[in-house]
Design a binder for this molecule. Structure first.
Ligand SMILES: NC(=O)c1ccc[n+]([C@@H]2O[C@H](COP(=O)([O-])OP(=O)(O)OC[C@H]3O[C@@H](n4cnc5c(N)ncnc54)[C@H](O)[C@@H]3O)[C@@H](O)[C@H]2O)c1
Length: 242
């Protein structure tokens, strides 16, 4: 007997996954985890390396070309993880407009541009997952990081709004807001700052990229991720408890 309700599409493995910023740190760990899970992964990164599609996520035509190349390799995209990002530091009073704009362009506009590339594929398929890497600093702010915190808070707002737009098509959009994770992004920060920061953390230590990757796999999983819509999950050593 038919009920008139179309069967919900399910995708669990062998999916076409794009990870931006997958050349390093959290993105690299996430790309490796999806590959180990049995998905087909294209890595987009600004830094050229073997097997990487070179893309500047802040540049519209570069993003368009990068996703065309990814689709050529993988077909329509099922899962997008936006991990590309950069971090610089300056008090607001001393911050140049160029520094502000660079951060907003890469860390926020980049996510807009990449999401826009995949939403039509996902809607057509009736299944899709977008996972945006924000930061706990988008929730709590950080001294010397007004540009970064603004961009990361923007990612949370973008995620909620897009989630509302596409959830009816079974496309789920969520954020991960990690705490401090040992990657090249934080390598330049002084040992003194790191030591003081660790004392603040209930776990007393920074996380590792492979401790963040399983959260991305969870959000992409079906049925495990099916009820997360516009959420911000926080693998953050206890730094923020929303
Ligand atoms: N490490 C942390 O403590 C931490 C905490 C919270 C959030 N995050 C976020 O996690 C994400 C990944 O950071 P990470 O720590 O793995 O850093 P990372 O520096 O190890 O990796 C970032 C990657 O993004 C790429 N990238 C930078 N600008 C790009 C651009 N314009 N176009 C394409 N690729 C670009 C870099 O080449 C690099 O491979 C970032 O969005 C970062 O803001 C990191």
């Amino acid at each position: 007997m038919t009920t008139g309700t179309p069967e919900r599409v399910t995708k669990t493995v062998g999916r076409a996954v794009v990870v931006t910023g997958g050349g390093s740190g959290i993105g690299a760990a996430i790309a490796a985890s999806f590959t180990a899970h049995g998905d087909r992964v294209a890595v987009l990164d600004r830094t050229a390396a073997a097997g990487i599609i070179v893309v500047d996520v802040g540049d519209e035509s570069s993003v368009r070309a990068g996703f065309a190349a990814a689709r050529e390799q993988l077909g329509p995209i099922d899962v997008l993880v936006n991990s590309a990002g950069l971090l610089t530091e300056s008090d607001l009073a001393d911050m140049s407009l160029a520094m502000w704009n660079e951060t907003l362009t890469v860390d926020l506009t980049g996510i807009f541009l990449c999401c826009r590339e995949v939403v039509p594929d996902m809607r057509r398929a009736g299944w899709g997952r977008i996972i945006n890497i924000s930061s706990q600093l988008g929730i709590k702010g950080g001294r010397g990081l007004s540009h970064y915190s603004a961009a990361k808070a923007g990612v949370i707002g973008l995620t909620k709004s897009l989630a509302l737009e596409v959830a009816p098509d079974n496309v789920l959009v969520n954020c991960i807001a990690p705490g401090p994770i040992e990657t090249p992004l934080v390598a330049g920060i002084s040992q003194q700052w790191k030591a003081a920061k660790m004392l603040e953390l209930p776990l007393g230590r920074f996380g590792r990229p492979e401790e963040v990757a399983p959260t991305a796999l969870l959000l992409a999983s079906d049925p495990g991720g099916n009820l997360f819509v516009g959420q911000t999950l926080g693998p953050n050593s206890g730094d923020v408890m929303p």
